[in-house]
Ligand binder design. Sequence first.
Ligand code: KIV
Ligand code: ZN
Length: 529
Amino acid sequence: MNGTNKITEIDTSGGRRPFFYDVTLRDGNQALRQPWNVVEKEKVFRQLLKLGVQGIEVGYAGASDLDFASVEHLAKIAQAENVDIVVASLARAVPRDIEKAGEAIRHAPRPRIHTFIGLSPFAMENVLRMPPEKVAQKAVEAVALCKQVLNGKGDIQFSAEHFGDSMDNLDFVIDTFHRVIEAGATVINLPNTVERYRPLVFVDMVRRVVEALPKHITVAVHTHNDLGMATATTVESFFAGATQLECALNGLGERAGNTNLYEVAVAIHNCGVENPVNMREIYETALQVSEWSHVPIYEKAPLVGSDVVAHRSGIHQDGAAKTKGMKKGAYRAVEGDLIGRGESDRVVFTSQSGKSAVYEIVKAIGLPITLEEAAVLQPVLKTRSEAKGGELSDAEVAEVYEAVLLKAAGPLEFRALRVSADETEFSFDIRWQGAEKTLVGKGTGPIDACMHAVESLGLHFHLAEYSQLAVDAAHSDSAAFALSEIKLQRRGPNGQPEGAVGIGRGKDTDTIKANVKALFNGMNRLLAA
Ligand code: KIV
Ligand code: ZN
C-alpha cells in the first residue's frame, strides 16, 4: 500500500490478494470490429506482462485457425521467456474445442483450459435446449476431458455461463460445481454474462458459492458492463470472497464490454488491499490499447479519459487548488502518478470559475501572478467566457492577462528608449498626462536611470524587488520573451519608502525594454491606487 488513505474498515479481504486474470485477448478480441492478428495480439500480451497481471486468457483456440495460431504463438513465447503466469485458452464444453485448446496451449509453463457451459434456467431451456441433468453431465465430462488433455500439467477453469441469471437454481449450480471439482476443476468462474440486475444480488450469490466450495478452490468473477456496474460488481465480489478477477483493458468486450481492469485495480488499491498490478503502466496501456483496437477512449472514461482531470466550477477549482500535490485531493480519486498519468488536476476557465482557477491557470501557463491580480482578472475572463459561450483556452487567458495586467492604464506611457554609447545615460520618450516628453536619467541600469528621470515629474519611487523570467515560445503565441517583475513603493517627503508595495510587470523580446515596461506598469498601478 503506497498511499496514505488506507482505511482498514473498508478492507474486509482478510489479507487476500486479488488474482488479476485478463480476458482482453479473448472476450475483448472477439468483440472487435477487426480482431487482432498474431502480431497485434503479441503487442497486447507484452503490455499485459508489463502490467503484471497473474493470468491471461490469450484466445479461443477452437474458434478459428487464426485464433489457434495466436494462442499457440503466445504459449510458445511464455515458454521461451519463462513467463510465470497462467496462460489460458477458452473452450466450449465440447471435445473438439477442448482438444484444440489443449494442443494450442501446451507449450505454456502454466497452461490452463477454461471450459464453460450455461447453467441458468433460461440458457438451459432456450439456448442449450437440454434438461439440467444433461447439462451438468456435459460439464463434468468436459472437465474430465480437460484433465486428460492437460495430462498433469496446468489447471482447469470451469465457468457457469449466465451465473448472474441463476438465482432461481443456485442449489443446482453449486451442486454442479462440486461435481466439476471432483472431475478436476480448481477454478470456478461466476460470469455475469449479461448484466441485468443489482450488483448486490450477484454479490450475495458469489458469497453463497464461496461458502459452499472447498477452501482450496479459487472462485473467480467475470462481469459484463451492460448496465455500467461491472466494476462495482467485481470489486464487491472480491470483498465477498472471490479472488480471481476477470477484467479487460479499456473495458473491451462483448456489447458494453467486460469489467475495466484499471478501475478494479485502483478501487481495490484505494481500499487498502495490496495489489499485484503495476498501476503506473495503466495510462500508457490505455492509450496503446485504444490505438491498437481502434476503440477511442471516451473523454469521461474513469481514470484515463482526457477530461477526467479537468475542474471547471469555482468550488471544485478552489478545492483542487487547496489540495494540490496532496496524496488525497478534494476532487480526485487518485494522484495522476499512481497510474502513470503526469497530470492529476487540470483547471480550465469557464464562466463558473473563480479567482483560484485564474491563479492556477496563469501559473500553469508559466506566467507570474498574485492572488490579488487573479481577482482582478477573474471578472474580465468571466465576461469573455460568457461572450464566447464556453471555456477559454490558455492562449485566451494569456491574452487577457496581457491586456489587463501588462498594460495597466495610467498617466505615464512609455514610448521609446535610447541608451548612450557608454551605457550610463538613458533617454525615455514618454507621454505624461497627455503630453509628449523626453526624460533623461543616469544610473547603474535602465531601471535606476528611469527612476531618476521621472523625479523631474515630481515622482519618487523606491525599487523593493526585481526579477526577470524567460518565457519560452511554447507558453505564448509569439516568440520567446522576457517578463520582468518589479515591486515598487512610493517615497515620502523624507525620501523613505512608504505605503503599499505595488507590482509592475513588463513583457518584451528585449530584456531591457521588458524592465522599463515593468517599471512604467508598476508606477502607473501605484499612481492609480
Ligand atoms: O461472459 C461470459 O459468460 C464468458 C464466458 C465464456 C466465461 O465470457
Ligand atoms: Zn464474457
